[in-house]
Design a protein around this ligand. Structure first.
Ligand SMILES: Nc1nc2c(ncn2[C@@H]2O[C@H](COP(=O)(O)OP(=O)(O)OP(=O)(O)O)[C@@H](O)[C@H]2O)c(=O)[nH]1
Ligand SMILES: [Zn+2]
Length: 392
């Protein structure tokens, strides 16, 4: 049987094209995590932006020097707060409709960092501040980029922004450089995930015999942003010329490592490894997309909302996320690099099948992976079937 060969040929061109832009987005993401303002440039306008979750007094003060501060929420979060109707986006009754459009709220002059966080975070203890003023017009592209940066930073999907007076990009960049403020183009933020996926680099490989699957090796792929590596766990010697048995497993710290009973992840992970071994080999991709792509901290927030009665999809939406934020670009790219163009996909999730196929990996067959429910995850599994279309 042929050993899968790493194909690095696509890599060089993609990374050379986008290195500078990707670095700017990486840095802006880190600034968001630190609560620092960032300059976001669009084709016609520019703004200063900071993450709602981390912005502190100094950051808010700097934003307000430029002009009135606005809070950017996702349409979903605005709908949950009952604010959406005025900007023509869905109200809570029709939250099922995907709604990516950013929603702007004027922040009263006295609103401090606490008030900003309360508007962004449904798990905050105190009631949200009622925003009173209609917001001035603000370019959608800049608002969307600010939300996107917050998501990339794995923070709550909300930002504080302030429009800058019309100037040339060079003048904005000079101002930012003089103050040590990082700058990023809105278009680069939008294109970032695609770039990060095609610039994945295989950075390490080793044989790792596992209990029940002794002929196994791990290949680590690092995204160009230097964030957490995705791992390909290759069991046996799958033949790239035939459809390989493959599992896409999204990281779940609580289930995979701690054995949390709130979900089925830990048992699915071990069950998939056992089944791949039983069928004579295949690939398990361990994808760094914790909490269906919202990150561990936001997943813990979602768990709190679920303890108050929301289901797993509603909880994401109350936080301002889509019910599932995952994209499978990195997964498709890793399969391609390992030489697998067709797979037998082990999943119950129709989105994974469709997602991979859209990205050019053929799914010859869906192989079910069903784990019996326990008393803590029964509702979670029922919701997966009812709202995400899981086939159990
Ligand atoms: N946001 C959020 N994420 C959750 C919750 N419970 C589990 N997860 C995450 O959901 C992901 C589970 O992914 P997968 O094992 O790929 O499961 P799946 O999408 O149901 O698809 P299949 O198992 O392939 O059928 C992991 O990233 C978990 O961390 C939850 O209540 N909220
Ligand atoms: Zn889990």
């Amino acid at each position: 049987m042929t050993e899968p060969v790493l194909d690095q040929s696509r890599n060089a061109a993609a990374s050379e094209l986008s290195a500078a832009a990707a670095i700017a987005v990486d840095r802006a993401t880190t600034e968001f995590r630190r609560g620092q303002p960032v300059l976001i440039l669009g084709p016609q306008a520019a703004c200063l932006a900071a993450a709602a979750e981390t912005v502190a007094l100094a950051g808010l003060r700097r934003l307000r020097q430029a002009g009135p501060a606005l809070l950017v929420l996702t349409g979903r979060r605005a709908a949950v707060l009952g604010l959406a109707a005025s900007q023509g986006v869905p109200t809570p009754a029709n939250l099922e409709a995907p709604n990516e459009r950013p929603f702007l709220v004027s922040l009263p002059a006295g609103a401090d960092a606490e008030a900003v966080l309360r508007l962004a975070d449904p798990t905050a203890v105190t009631a949200a501040l009622a925003p009173d003023l209609p917001p001035p017009p603000f370019p959608d592209e800049l608002a969307a980029a600010s939300i996107h940066l917050a998501k990339l930073a794995r923070l709550l999907p909300a930002a504080v922004v302030s429009a800058l007076p019309p100037r040339s990009a060079e003048e904005h960049l000079r101002m930012a450089a003089a103050e040590g403020i990082l700058a990023v183009w809105a278009g680069d933020v939008a294109a970032y995930e695609t770039t990060a996926a095609v610039t994945l680099q295989p950075v390490g490989e080793a044989r790792v015999p596992m209990e029940g699957a002794e002929d196994a090796r791990i290949v680590a792929f690092r995204p160009s942003d230097g964030s957490t590596e995705h791992l390909a766990i290759i069991i046996g010697q799958p033949d790239p010329a035939k459809p390989a048995l493959a599992r896409l497993h999204s990281e779940c710290f609580t289930g995979d490592l701690l054995g949390s009973l709130r979900c089925d992840c830990g048992e699915q992970l071990r069950g998939a490894i056992a089944e791949i071994e039983r069928q004579g080999g295949g690939i398990l991709l361990y994808l760094a997309q914790e909490g269906r792509g919202i990150g561990l901290v936001n997943k813990l927030r979602a768990y709190r909302l679920q303890d108050q009665g929301a289901d797993t999809a509603d909880a994401n939406e109350q936080l301002g996320f889509e019910a599932d934020e995952r994209i499978y670009l990195a997964a498709a790219e890793m399969l391609r690099r390992l030489g697998f163009k067709t797979v037998r996909l082990m999943t119950n999730n129709p989105d994974k099948v469709a997602g991979l196929e859209r990205l050019g990996i053929a799914v010859a067959e869906r192989v079910p992976l069903v784990i019996p429910a326990n008393r803590f995850n029964r509702d979670y599994l029922t919701t997966k079937a009812r709202k995400f279309g899981h086939m159990f």
